[in-house]
Design a protein around this ligand. Structure first.
Ligand SMILES: Cc1cc2nc3c(=O)[nH]c(=O)nc-3n(C[C@H](O)[C@H](O)[C@H](O)COP(=O)(O)OP(=O)(O)OC[C@H]3O[C@@H](n4cnc5c(N)ncnc54)[C@H](O)[C@@H]3O)c2cc1C
Ligand code: SF4
Length: 368
């Protein structure tokens, strides 16, 4: 009841032009989740991505999937790409990795060395970069039969995860051997697995308070307006609607863009691997109503960047309201602060309650 009321209050009006600008071309939208509780367990949201990939492998639509796994060496958490050829491999890659990775540098040699057809999961910028390569190199294009883009607010530099994991190791006096950025319902928890087999969970805000303030945001994200993955066959993301907050099952929002996306959705549905209901694209956008528009608004960051001596190319040329400008000042300013050694000290030395107030202020600006 309260959830529905909150959703109603926060609902934005999405014109057809806004849908086209923010989401791009699409055919259908669904609210979904994996029907297998053991798949959902360690997935980022509803486990739909994993279920679709498993079903595609089983149906013989592709022989391999490029997935992103967490690799931990000496307590350092990194994201690495692999080709999964079994159900177990796909399951091992569940969950979002909120840390910079070298997508093309790692993925292109994998594709070239693989005999067979591939599905690929990636962030919007990576799927677009891959598409450019496919336009140039037929040998690569011929192997890729299905692409999924994850909705993406932005990604973080390694400095952030290194500080978070170092703190957890200091607190626990143990070394991290595996790490999950987010598991569980709604915002969920992060999980660190130690060398003695024990696991420590913390609310995701332990990492996300910094992330949501754009501290240690990658520079490339400043000039990115693609939140939903324009160039993929299908896009997937969370559904942050308050009416779903107390749901025992977390959902994945799915935007089907191309025929390959329709086919994979239908295959998973026919195999009863996912539960899926059609929804209005605007509901998906309501679930991203804060970050979606501010992500798209490169014009605001372009303007704000001037104050910090950062050139951000304005690719969307839209009018910038005062609150959008102020929000962009915080976004660009916080990224710049993270690039200085003294800035890092300020960021990590700021008491949590102050960070929290700052974050609420930023979220309020994003919600206007
Ligand atoms: C950096 C980042 C930012 C995101 N921002 C948003 C956002 O603002 N709003 C939103 O709704 N959703 C966002 N997501 C997507 C969201 O976290 C979930 O990934 C999505 O809901 C799919 O959930 P799932 O349960 O279906 O995926 P799962 O079944 O858990 O499968 C996840 C798949 O994603 C792949 N993967 C994980 N991390 C990466 C990565 N860094 N690069 C390439 N592939 C990867 C894995 O290989 C795995 O196959 C983001 C994800 C990432 C990695
Ligand atoms: S915000 Fe854009 S550039 Fe940054 S990681 Fe996401 S898709 Fe890539």
């Amino acid at each position: 009841m309260i959830g529905k009321l909150l959703d109603k209050c926060l609902k934005k009006k999405w014109t057809d032009e806004a849908v086209l600008n923010y989401v791009g071309e699409y055919q259908d939208a669904f609210i979904t989740h994996s029907t297998d509780v053991s798949v959902r367990e360690k997935s980022a949201s509803g486990g739909t991505t994993t279920s679709l990939l498993i079903q595609g492998l089983k149906s013989g639509d592709f022989e391999g999937v490029i997935v992103c796994k967490t690799s931990v060496r000496k307590g350092r958490v990194r994201a690495r790409f692999f080709i999964a050829t079994t159900v177990e491999d796909i399951l091992a890659a569940r969950g979002s990795k909120y840390v910079e990775a070298k997508f093309l540098a790692e993925v292109l040699p994998l594709i070239r060395g693989f005999e067979g057809r591939l599905a690929i999961v990636g962030l919007p910028c990576d799927i677009t970069a891959l598409k450019r390569f496919c336009n140039k190199y037929v040998d690569i294009a011929n192997k890729i039969v299905f692409t999924i883009a994850l909705f993406c607010g932005h990604n973080s530099r390694i400095a952030l995860i290194d500080e978070i994991t170092a703190r957890i190791e200091r607190e626990s006096q143990k070394q991290i051997v595996d790490y999950r950025f987010r598991v569980g319902n709604w915002r969920g928890q992060l999980e660190a697995v130690f060398d003695d087999g024990t696991v420590k969970s913390k609310p995701t805000k332990y990492f996300n308070d910094y992330q949501n303030l754009f501290f240690f945001c990658q520079r490339k994200c400043m000039s990115c307006n693609d939140h939903y993955g324009y160039d993929a066959d299908m896009s997937v993301g969370d559904v942050w609607l308050f009416r779903l907050r107390s749901s025992p099952i977390k959902h994945t929002g799915v935007i089907v863009r191309k025929d390959a996306g329709i086919r994979m959705h239908d295959i998973a549905l026919a195999a009863n691997a996912i539960d899926s209901s059609k929804i209005e694209i605007r509901e998906i956008m309501d679930g991203q109503s804060r970050i979606g528009p501010s992500h798209y608004n490169v014009s605001a960051r372009h303007k704000a960047g001037r104050l910090f001596g950062v050139h951000i190319k304005d690719t969307v040329k839209q009018e910038v309201a005062w609150h959008e400008y102020l929000n962009a000042l915080i976004t660009v300013g916080n990224m710049c602060l993270s690039e200085k050694a003294w800035g890092e000290k300020v960021i990590f030395g700021t008491p949590r309650p102050i960070l929290k107030l700052y974050l609420y202020f930023k979220k309020a600006l994003e919600s206007l």
